[in-house]
Design a protein around this ligand. Sequence first.
Ligand SMILES: Cc1cc2nc3c(=O)[nH]c(=O)nc-3n(C[C@H](O)[C@H](O)[C@H](O)COP(=O)(O)O)c2cc1C
Length: 199
Amino acid sequence: MIEKGKVSQEPFLGILKILEEAESLNLVDWNAMNIASVDQMNQPSSRMVLLKKISDEGLVFYTNYNSRKGKEISLNPKVAVNFWWRELKKQIRIEGFIEKASEEDSDDYFNSRPLKSRVSAIISNQSSVISSYEDLTNQIDNYLEKNDESSIKRPNHCGFIIVLPNAVEFWQERDNRTHERLKYFLSDDQKWSSCLLSP
Ligand SMILES: Cc1cc2nc3c(=O)[nH]c(=O)nc-3n(C[C@H](O)[C@H](O)[C@H](O)COP(=O)(O)O)c2cc1C
């Protein structure tokens, strides 16, 4: 369900190991993550997205570049990401910045989506005010009536975003508040170091 690229170093190995553990237990939305961005007035906002790819390059999700998050991260690329799996008693906190993925990668993903999802991505101006849900579904139906499937292409406003971490904390719940916190941080020389944090 997620694409696994080359993962050869910590903290990416640790992130992948936990994701694979969550996937193997068939946890609902095991690849869901919360991502926070900040607007021009320094107002943070956060929302859930689904992780689609992981590699040493970073963590990738798909979204609408014109959405609230899309606009915010185009002005301020700093983000924070959070995963939590109740059943595993584990949390992963990530800080970093974003980059847009290549057009080819975004095209491949868009083309792999079911027809109605592709059309919905074209019609939806994610995060903008709409008059009614009926209007939205009518627009999708009209689009499907008027357009041949072969003509449906990824709109420029949708695509992959890569989160490039510079800090990753693994949190493991333990009894009596003795939770384990292992934090990795990227130094100026682009090498990862780690330390333990008090719970
Ligand atoms: C479990 C879950 C997964 C979601 N996955 C995505 C996703 O992968 N991409 C996305 O753009 N929105 C996803 N959403 C919707 C977002 O949370 C959010 O409503 C939407 O992206 C608009 O956010 P914004 O207005 O802050 O840009 C998901 C929501 C939930 C609850």
